[in-house]
Design a protein around this ligand. Sequence first.
Ligand code: MN
Ligand code: MN
Length: 473
Amino acid sequence: MENKNSWEMYDARQLKEIDVFAKEYMDFLNNGKTERECIEVIVNKIEAAGYQELDSLIGKKKTLKYGDKVYSVWMNKSIVMFQIGKRPMTDGLNILGAHIDSPRLDVKQNPLYEDGGFAYLDTHYYGGVKKYQWVTIPLAIHGVIVKKDGTTVEVNIGEDEDDPVFFVSDLLIHLADEQLEKKASKVIEGEALDIIIGNKPLVIEKKDKKDEKNDKGEKDAVKKGILEILKENYEIEEEDFISAELEIVPAGKAREAGFDRSIILGYGQDDRVCAFSSLKGMLEIGKTDRTACCILVDKEEIGSVGATGMRSHFFENAVAEVMNLTGDYNELNLRRCLSRSCMLSSDVSSAFDPSYAASFDKKNVAYLGCGMVFNKFTGSRGKSGSNDANAEYLAHIRDIFEKEKVNFQTAELGRVDLGGGGTIAYILALYGMNVIDSGVAVLNMHAPWEATSKADVYEAKRGYVAFLENADI
Ligand code: MN
Ligand code: MN
């Protein structure tokens, strides 16, 4: 059972196609550094491809028919798309799922303070991060500030060449003897991940010569200077941070890596690599027998919780609405539809890293460039928390992929008993449908800059097309 390297399979036409595909993927990463930004990019792409908003159809007597395309966005952070098949939805859907949230630093609700002449924003990290990786690198601020009157200020600072960036400081090596004795998990503490946002005090002009106290030494003058800038540029007050969602992410664009340009290095590829390739698969398919569906959700990195996470009922509600518009809805039909569905729950898989070879089982790990990855199970310590896909289902998937000549490999995250992780697979499996974990291999997973193979991103898209067009079990 040897892995095949995808690069060895491609002809000149495909190699060209892969570069075009990678370019569009990198644009997706650059323009979608938060869930909200991803949703905006996705909606633009799918509306251009003829998708209509589900809400605009509800209540109108317009029925959905074979080949129609609809989507529903939930709270600007999650989306589900449907392309209606020839057969009734009660026969089940072919579903792709991935997540569009990524590890980062979130700005707290009372974040702004001054210390030692610096103005800071206090943060709380989101998802699993090696905290020491986030110091001294250029950071950007993305997100929204919603004011009391309901107006939303969109923030995106640090990506343009002319924009300022932000950073978390680290202790100089010359004084770091004590720091370097600490465990890596403690060397940078969570509360030390506050970003520096300024160092210049606000100077208030003196009204007359006697008014010395305004001249210098004003308390929190740097913070006041920042507030002045925020007021001027965004018309916001300090209190507006209360209703803001600001995400601190690595500044800069995704890049090709290696002399051979075979690798993509970029932020947020867990799991936007699967989200993008699923989306592209969804847009590439022709009319299908079974209704095709793609779910791209928020909050996977913190347990799929909240109204926009996979555990929310927004997906089930959307299926009910779509069934209603196809004329098939009743409670029993909805249950039948969901239990007869097939799903590829896509998330990134750890790529074998020769520098840390002992952390992997070489026979059961994904290799960069060796195709789409299937994880029969995930979980940790005895498969705990895993969705363990049914053998019959895996056999069906193997058959489809071999017929469609899609390169794939099977893997586990890492060595038994070393750790593990979960995905959204178990949540959809609650309906009784067939679900398997699949996706793309990533090196440096959860680091500020993650690496994927261009070939794998392309091969994943090919796999999603094969699945949507052929899965039927
Ligand atoms: Mn993930
Ligand atoms: Mn993750």
